[in-house]
Design a protein around this ligand. Structure first.
Ligand SMILES: C[S@@+](CC[C@H](N)C(=O)[O-])C[C@H]1O[C@@H](n2cnc3c(N)ncnc32)[C@H](O)[C@@H]1O
Length: 234
């Protein structure tokens, strides 16, 4: 959502970028017997579908699929990983904490500045601060244009030791996109050096539809952070 205008979409349906999910999941060790819960799995099931456990060990809720998490009791589970609706954050966090086993692992995406504000002092006193807060690099985009100028992190309560690769306290968690962005600068340079004719070169550029949406008609390739290069045969 926009932190500056307060604009939201229905049910806070902002899907988690796949690269941010992948970066997190690479650092988590699930146990074969773990029971997993995604309390608001979203239409595209960004997190739920990437959890490598048998379907009968994966529980879910999603209001758009007729299951309101806040009205549906769940048995205690081993692992919860999610990105919750911002406007219901406190309600979701309290319920998730009550449904995690004593050796469970609870992880949710949230703005870093959710840690602050006068009105949340009582809330944080009640539930305790997360043990780990890896901040997402690059900053995810939850708006159609640019970013919403907030930093985000995974809030991690790891009572079960499934996140030993993530350092305690604050850290950075760097997703694939940063590597792609670095590659973009290299690619832009390479394109600048190309002669006008492509006939004797096998280098091509691909721009994602998302990049075109964000950048409109600007055709300066250096503007595209989702651009990548691939070798093709002419
Ligand atoms: C920020 S989106 C995240 C979706 C998904 N977890 C992801 O990571 O991409 C929040 C989701 O919460 C769902 N939602 C909102 N209120 C809910 C509720 N009371 N119970 C279950 N899901 C809810 C929305 O429909 C939306 O899919």
């Amino acid at each position: 959502m926009s932190s500056t205008t307060g604009n939201t979409i229905e049910n806070d349906n902002y899907q988690t970028p796949i690269n941010a999910v992948n970066a997190l999941l690479k650092k988590i060790t699930l146990r074969p017997t773990d029971i997993f819960l995604e309390p608001c799995r979203g239409d595209e099931r960004r997190i739920y579908n990437r959890i490598d456990l048998p379907e009968d060990q994966k529980l879910w809720a999603e209001i758009s699929e007729g299951v309101d998490y806040l009205k549906t009791p769940f048995k205690k589970v081993d692992v919860i990983i999610t990105n919750i609706p911002f406007s219901l954050s406190e309600e979701f966090i309290l319920k998730m904490k009550s449904e995690i086993k004593p050796d469970g692992t609870l992880i949710f995406l949230q703005r870093v500045n959710f840690l602050g504000s006068k009105k949340r002092v009582t809330f944080w006193n009640k539930i305790g601060f997360p043990q780990k807060c890896p901040i997402l690099i690059p900053r995810p985009k939850f708006t159609k244009k640019g970013t919403d100028s907030c930093e985000y992190c995974w809030y991690i309560y790891d009572f079960g030791g499934r996140t030993s690769e993530i350092p305690p306290s604050f850290s950075h968690i760097i997703s694939e996109k940063t590597a792609q962005t670095a590659q973009t600068a290299q690619t832009a340079q390479k394109i600048k050096e190309l002669p006008n004719s492509k006939s004797n070169d096998n280098f091509s550029e691909v721009i994602s539809l998302g990049g075109i949406y964000t950048n409109g008609s600007i055709l300066d390739i250096a503007q595209y952070d989702e651009l990548y290069s691939e070798l093709i045969d002419f």
